[in-house]
Design a protein around this ligand. Structure first.
Ligand code: SF4
Length: 235
């Protein structure tokens, strides 16, 4: 099972501030908050331990909600079939930025430093998403070079695709190898971990002009989705 660890991300502060919104930018004009933000940023990459495990799985058949894989696992739900039902293979992946962010956020919360906890939480969410998006961009290029096509990327929990499918992700990928475990609630630990699925085939996908936000049930209240402004966090 391939594991990627080479994610040399830099924190694009301008991009981060756009996503965190105007109120946050206003807050940063106050010297006290600006100093806290700088301190958090300067320690950030001591916490950052990105890892991503992935693999390709051949599709045997369709089910009413998604795919029956050659391995016998049934996976999918919500918009999966509509978005990537034409796939001959699916690429499944799980990524994390490691446990140190959780530990640091807990420390801030327990010591009553709520502003620090909120800032670090937001930055950590941004970073783990960047890990997934970086992998997605690189994978798109690789698939294109092979003369194949990929679907848009979908994630359990971001749409009507139930997060309980994480148990199949774990059966297939064994992300324990990158330090990710699954709680009974189907939440992953470390908290800053994400899962995803991409369809692959020899012809273009019918819905490849769409974006993830078009299928995401979080869209009406998602502060990262800025479709009206022509940009968003997720591709
Ligand atoms: S940016 Fe779009 S896809 Fe990502 S969580 Fe928000 S609405 Fe969903």
């Amino acid at each position: 099972m391939p594991i990627e660890r080479n994610f040399n991300l830099t924190l694009n502060q301008e991009e981060l501030l756009k996503i965190l919104g105007n109120n946050f930018s206003q807050l940063l004009k106050k010297p006290k908050f600006s100093q806290i933000f700088c301190e958090i940023q300067s320690n950030l990459f001591q916490l950052f331990e990105p890892q991503l495990i992935w693999d390709l799985f051949p599709v045997k058949d369709l089910t009413p909600t998604g795919f029956l894989l050659e391995s016998g696992v049934k996976i999918g739900g919500g918009p999966v079939k509509e978005v990537m039902g034409e796939a001959s293979k699916v690429l499944l992946g799980i990524c994390t930025i490691g446990p140190k962010f959780d530990e640091e956020i807990n420390k801030f919360t327990q010591s009553g430093n709520i502003f620090e906890a909120v800032i670090l939480e937001s930055i950590a969410s941004f970073l783990v998403d960047q890990v997934r998006e970086t992998f997605f961009s690189q994978t798109q290029l690789k698939i294109k070079r092979e003369g194949k096509f990929n679907s848009i990327l979908l994630c359990p929990g971001e749409s009507d695709w139930d997060v309980s499918d994480h148990k199949f992700f774990f059966d297939l990928l064994h992300p324990e190898q990158i330090g990710v475990s699954l709680k009974e609630s189907m939440l992953m630990i470390p908290m800053k971990s994400l899962s995803f699925m991409i369809g692959v085939r020899n012809e273009p996908f019918r819905l490849d002009h769409k974006r993830r936000c078009d299928f995401c049930s979080l869209q009406p209240r998602c502060r990262y989705s800025q479709i009206n402004n022509g940009r968003n966090l997720c591709t």
